[in-house]
Design a protein around this ligand. Structure first.
Ligand code: SF4
Length: 906
C-alpha cells in the first residue's frame, strides 16, 4: 500500500513517467534545462511540502540540489490527493519568494517613532523576551483581552486554536469578514456547516457564482475536476457580471446586475417547483418542514404537502419575467440553467464563495438561495452533488489540547452582531477610536489590514497611536504596508519553510496535508542536526509552530500561569515540545489508516508524512447525513448523523433568526443590495464598482516578491463597457476620477465588452506601495509613494514613481520592464458591515468623472472622519443582542476558538 495508489510509477522496462516516482525521490537525477544545449546532469533530493500561496493547499515537490543545498524549483506533488500533482502559476513561484534578494531575513525592531521606517536587527531571543514579558504582565493583571492574534492566511488547522486556549485568551481575529462571511452565513443558516463541498468530477450540471476555474477557495483542485466533468459531457454555467476566464469557458454566462443574483436563483427554484423537478423523498426526510409550516402557515396541518404549497406560494412572485427584468438578463438564460439543474437532479454541483456574498448588503442570501436548489433537487451528499464541507475535511486531534477558555472579547464579537460569522475584524479601528477597548500586544500574522481592509488610513491612524495599540508584532514572510507600522517585524517562512497540517474539501474524499521546511528535512536526511527551523531556512526565517511554542514557554517560564504545561515535551517536561514530538503524536494517534500505511513501507507515521507530504484518509464520501448515529436525529424511525443545524435537519425556515428578531430574513429570500441599480443615477455619472475580483496569477499581498508572477500580471485597468465609456466620454487609457462615499482615486479606463453596462470593475490584487525607496515593500511590485495629511482626517497618497529596475544579487531585477504598480482602491472604501453576516459589503456606488487638473494616476484621497460616519450609519442597521436566554450569540453557531457556554451569557 502506498500514500495513494494513484501515484504514478515507472512502467516496467520504461524510463517514461510524468512525475519522478517516489522511490527515487531521495536521489533523483535529470538534465539541467537551463544548461541546454549542454547535457548537464543534476542530482536532487525531492521533498514534498504544501503551497502557501492560496487557501487550496496544493502539494509541492521541492527540488533540493544535492550539490548546492539550495532549492532549484518547485513542481507538483503527485501523492497529494487534492491537487494530484497539478499547480497554478503561484505554486512554482514559491521559489521567487524563498530567494527574493529583498527578503526580510532577520527579526527587526523599530528604532524611531512607529511608522518612521527605522529598523535595527535583533536576535530571536531578544524579541521573544520583550514580547513575552509584555504578555506575561497583561495576563497577570487580568488584561487578557488586550492580547490579540489577527490572522490573514491561516493555512494551518488547529495549532493556533490550542495556543490561544493555552493562553486563556479570547483573542483570535481573522480576515474572514472581508472575505467569505457572507457565503458562510448563507450556508450555516441551512445546516450549521458553513460551506459546500462540490463533487464536481461526477456532476452533470455545474453552476458557479464565482470565477472558480481561475481563483478562489480550492480552485485548482476544483478546476481540474470541473474540466474532467466537462470532458465527460457536463454543462457549466457561470453567473457573474464580469466575463472572467471561468465565464469564458462556460456553456452559459449570465451577467446580472450585482446583488440581484438571489432573485435569479429564486426564479430557478420557482421553476423547479412548477416542473416538480423536486426530490420529495429527500425533502420529506431531511428538511425541517414541520417547523416551517407552523411558523409560516399556522393553522394548516403539519403535513409535508402543506410545506410544498407554502414554498410555491412564497416564491410565486419570482416569475421568469420578473427575474429577467430585475436582474437585467434574458429569461432564456435563466430557464436554460433551470433545465440543466432539473435534468442533472442529484448530479448538480455548484459553488459560491466571495463574489455576490462578499459584495452586497444582504449578499449572504445568495448562498442561502443557491443551497435551496440543492435541497429541492436532493443533490445533497450525492455523487455529483454537493456536501457540507466538514464531511470532506479531515480534522486530526492535537496533542495535549487545552480546554476552552471562558472569556468573551467585545472587540471581536460585539453585541451588535450576534450572527456575524467571524470576528468584526475590519471594524477594529472604529472600536478602538470609540474607546471600546485597547490592545497591549497585537500580532498580525500574514495579514496586511492597512492594504487589504477597507479604509486603510483609519488603520494607520490607530496603528500609529501607542495608546490604542501598545505593541504591534508583524509575523510575515514579506514586507507589507502593515508591517511598516509594526514594532517588530518577524520573518516567517513561506510554504517550504514551516510545519503545519491542513485539510480542505477539494472533492468527495478526505485527506491530511503536512507542510514541512524542505531545507531542514533535506539537511536532516543528510545527517545534519537542527534544534530550530530558522537554523536551516534562509537567514533566520522561522516558522510559527516553533515560534508559538517558544513564546508560550517564555510567557510562563516557571509554569505559574498554567500555560507552560501545554508546551512541555511529553518525553522531558523540562524542555519545550519539538515539532517531531508534536506531529509524530498526531500522525500516530489520530489519523485512521496512517500507521498501517506507514508500517507497510517500513516507516513511522511521521516518516511517511515526511516522505509523501499528504495522506488520503477516506475516498468516495457520500450521504454522511444518513449514517447511523445513536445521538443523532431520528429520521424514518432510525437515528442518523444529520446536519449541524439546531434541528439536525436542513432549515428552510431558521427559527433562530426569527427568535433573534430577523423573521423576515429567516427563509431564502432576496434582499436589496446597497448598490441596487434602480437607485443609481445611471443617466448621469453613477455606476457600480466591483472591486473584488482576483487575478489568477497573484496572491493578495504575498506575491510582491514573486517576479515570475508580476511579469505576467501588472496592469491595473478600470474595466468599463463601451456603452458607459461612450456615455461618459472615456477612451482606453484616459484617467478617471472614481469618487466613493469617503474620497476618490484615479485609474485608467479600459473599454471592454467583458463587463455589463452600468458596472465597472478593478481587481483587488494590485496597488502595492512603499514609503522608502529600498525598504517596506518589494520593488518588483510596489510604487514609491508619499502619504500626506491634507487636513483634519484627510489623507492623500500620491505615487512618486512606479516600478523600476533596481540592482540586487538577482540579475533579473535589472531586467524589470513593467512599470504599473496599480492603484490602491481599498483605501477609498468605507466600512460596510452587513448587519447579519458581519461581512464587509465590498461593492461601491461611485461617480466616474474625468480626472481633474492636478490629479495623477494612482492618487487616493480619503476623509477618515467621513468613513467613521459611514461606520456609524451601518451600525444603525443592526439588531443588537442579547438574544433569547441572555445570549450574546446562538450557541449552535460556530465561531473560532469557541469559549465555554458561560461566556455566551451576558
Ligand atoms: S491553487 Fe496555486 S496558489 Fe493555490 S495552493 Fe494550489 S498551487 Fe498554490
Amino acid at each position: 500500500m502506498t500514500a495513494d495508489d494513484r501515484i504514478p510509477r515507472l512502467l516496467p522496462g520504461s524510463e517514461l513517467t510524468n512525475f519522478p516516482p517516489p522511490d527515487r525521490w531521495d536521489d533523483w537525477e535529470e538534465y539541467d534545462a537551463s544548461a541546454w544545449p549542454e547535457r548537464v546532469k543534476r542530482r536532487y533530493r525531492l521533498v514534498p511540502t504544501t503551497c502557501f500561496n492560496c487557501e487550496s493547499a496544493c502539494g509541492l515537490l521541492a527540488y533540493v540540489d544535492k550539490e548546492t543545498g539550495q532549492v532549484r524549483r518547485f513542481e507538483g506533488n503527485p501523492a497529494h490527493p487534492g491537487s494530484r500533482g497539478r499547480n497554478c502559476a503561484k505554486g512554482p513561484a514559491t521559489i521567487n519568494q524563498m530567494y527574493d534578494p529583498e527578503r526580510i531575513l532577520h527579526p527587526l525592531r523599530r528604532k524611531g517613532a512607529r511608522g518612521s521606517g527605522e529598523w535595527e536587527r535583533v536576535s530571536w531571543d531578544e524579541a521573544l523576551d520583550d514580547i513575552a514579558g509584555r504578555m506575561r504582565r497583561a495576563i497577570r493583571e487580568g488584561r487578557h483581552d488586550e492580547i490579540m492574534y489577527h490572522v490573514g492566511r491561516p493555512g494551518e488547522d488547529g495549532f493556533m486554536d490550542r495556543t490561544l486556549k493555552a493562553w486563556g485568551v479570547d483573542g483570535h481575529n481573522s480576515h474572514t469578514n472581508i472575505c467569505s462571511s457572507g457565503a458562510r452565513t448563507g450556508y450555516a443558516m441551512w445546516m450549521g456547516h458553513d460551506r459546500p463541498s462540490a463533487d464536481f468530477a461526477n456532476a452533470r450540471f455545474i453552476l458557479l457564482l464565482s470565477a472558480h476555474l481561475e481563483t478562489g477557495h480550492y480552485f485548482n483542485p476544483h478546476a481540474q475536476r470541473i474540466m474532467e466533468a466537462k470532458q465527460a459531457g457536463a454543462k457549466l454555467a457561470t453567473i457573474d457580471p464580469r466575463l472572467s476566464n471561468t465565464a469564458s469557458m462556460s456553456d452559459v454566462w449570465i451577467s446580472p446586475w450585482p446583488g440581484t443574483e438571489p432573485a435569479l436563483l429564486l426564479a430557478i427554484a420557482r421553476l423547479l417547483l412548477e416542473w416538480d423537478a423536486v426530490d420529495h423523498d429527500f425533502m420529506r426526510s431531511w428538511v425541517d418542514w414541520g417547523a416551517a409550516v407552523a411558523a409560516r402557515a399556522p393553522g394548516r396541518g403539519a403535513r409535508y404537502e402543506n410545506f410544498v404549497d407554502l414554498l410555491k406560494e412564497t416564491y410565486a412572485p419570482y416569475t421568469l419575467e420578473y427575474a429577467a427584468e430585475e436582474c437585467g438578463v434574458d429569461a432564456a438564460g435563466i430557464e436554460a440553467v433551470a433545465r440543466g439543474i432539473a435534468e442533472a437532479g442529484h448530479r448538480f454541483s455548484s459553488h459560491t464563495w466571495r463574489s455576490v456574498g462578499s459584495g452586497n448588503l444582504g449578499g449572504w442570501q445568495a448562498a442561502r438561495c443557491l443551497w435551496f436548489l440543492h435541497v429541492l433537487t436532493g443533490s445533497v451528499g450525492t455523487r455529483g452533488g454537493c456536501s457540507p464541507n466538514s464531511w470532506d475535511k479531515f480534522k486530526p486531534a492535537h496533542w495535549n489540547m487545552p480546554p476552552p477558555h471562558s472569556r468573551w472579547n467585545e472587540l471581536l464579537w460585539p453585541i451588535e452582531y450576534p450572527f456575524a460569522h467571524h470576528e468584526l475584524s475590519f471594524l477594529l479601528p472604529y472600536f478602538l477610536k470609540e474607546g471600546r477597548g485597547r490592545l497591549d500586544v497585537y500580532f498580525t500574522r500574514v495579514y496586511n489590514p492597512v492594504w487589504t481592509n477597507p479604509d486603510g488610513f483609519s488603520w494607520i491612524e490607530v496603528l500609529t497611536d501607542e495608546e490604542m495599540v501598545g505593541l504591534h508584532v508583524a509575523l510575515t514572510p514579506t514586507w507589507s504596508e502593515t508591517a511598516w507600522y509594526a514594532d517588530y517585524v518577524l520573518p516567517m517562512g513561506v510554504g517550504s519553510e514551516r510545519h503545519d497540517t491542513h485539510s480542505y474539501e477539494t472533492h468527495a474524499g478526505r485527506w491530511l496535508g503536512f507542510r514541512q521546511p524542505v531545507l531542514r528535512v533535506a539537511g536532516e536526511r543528510d545527517g545534519q542536526e537542527f534544534e530550530r527551523t530558522y537554523e536551516a531556512n534562509p537567514g533566520e526565517v522561522w516558522e510559527e509552530t516553533e515560534f508559538w511554542i517558544d513564546l508560550s514557554w517564555q510567557v510562563d517560564p516557571d509554569g505559574s500561569l498554567g500555560i507552560r504545561r501545554w508546551f512541555e515535551s511529553p518525553n522531558d517536561p523540562t524542555r519545550p515540545v519539538t515539532v517531531d514530538e508534536y506531529y509524530g503524536w498526531m500522525f500516530e494517534n489520530s489519523v485512521p489508516g496512517l500507521p498501517e500505511k506507514a508500517a507497510a513501507e517500513g516507516l513511522t507515521p511521521l516518516g511517511f508524512m515526511r516522505k509523501y507530504g499528504a495522506v488520503e484518509v477516506e475516498r468516495d464520501v457520500y450521504r454522511v447525513h444518513e449514517r447511523p448515529d445513536s445521538s443523532g436525529v431520528e429520521v424514518d424511525g432510525r437515528r442518523r448523523v444529520g446536519f449541524a443545524s439546531p434541528s439536525r435537519k436542513l432549515e428552510w425556515w431558521s427559527e433562530t433568526m426569527a427568535r433573534w428578531g430577523w423573521a423576515d430574513e429567516a427563509i431564502p429570500t432576496y434582499l436589496k443590495t446597497h448598490v441596487y441599480w434602480r437607485d443609481l443615477d445611471l443617466e448621469g455619472d453613477e455606476r457600480i464598482l466591483l472591486p473584488i475580483f482576483r487575478l489568477p496569477t497573484l496572491i493578495h499581498t504575498r506575491s510582491g516578491n514573486a517576479k515570475y508572477l508580476y511579469e505576467i500580471s501588472h496592469g491595473h485597468p478600470l474595466w468599463m463597457n463601451p456603452r458607459d465609456a461612450d456615455a461618459l466620454g472615456f477612451a482606453t487609457g484616459d484617467l478617471v476620477r472614481i469618487t466613493t462615499d469617503i474620497g476618490h482615486f484615479v485609474m485608467r479606463a479600459w473599454r471592454t465588452e467583458g463587463i455589463r453596462p452600468g458596472v465597472v470593475a478593478a481587481s483587488h490584487h494590485l496597488g502595492r506601495w512603499r514609503l522608502s525607496d529600498t525598504l517596506g515593500n518589494e520593488r518588483w511590485s510596489s510604487a514609491l509613494v508619499d502619504i500626506e495629511r491634507v487636513g483634519e482626517g484627510r489623507w492623500r497618497l500620491r505615487q512618486r514613481k512606479g516600478i523600476e529596475p533596481f540592482p540586487s544579487d538577482d540579475p533579473d531585477s535589472e531586467r524589470i520592464w513593467w512599470r504599473d504598480a496599480g492603484v490602491h482602491q481599498n483605501l477609498a472604501f468605507p466600512p460596510h458591515p452587513d448587519p447579519v453576516s458581519g461581512m464587509h459589503a465590498w461593492h461601491q456606488r461611485v461617480r466616474l468623472t474625468p480626472a481633474e487638473p492636478g490629479d495623477r494616476y494612482g492618487d487616493v484621497v480619503v476623509d477618515t472622519g467621513r468613513s467613521f460616519a459611514v461606520y456609524r450609519e451601518w451600525l444603525g442597521f443592526t439588531k443588537p443582542g442579547p438574544g433569547p436566554g441572555g445570549l450574546r450569540r446562538p450557541l449552535w453557531l460556530n465561531r473560532p476558538v469557541k469559549p465555554t457556554e458561560d461566556a455566551y451569557r451576558m
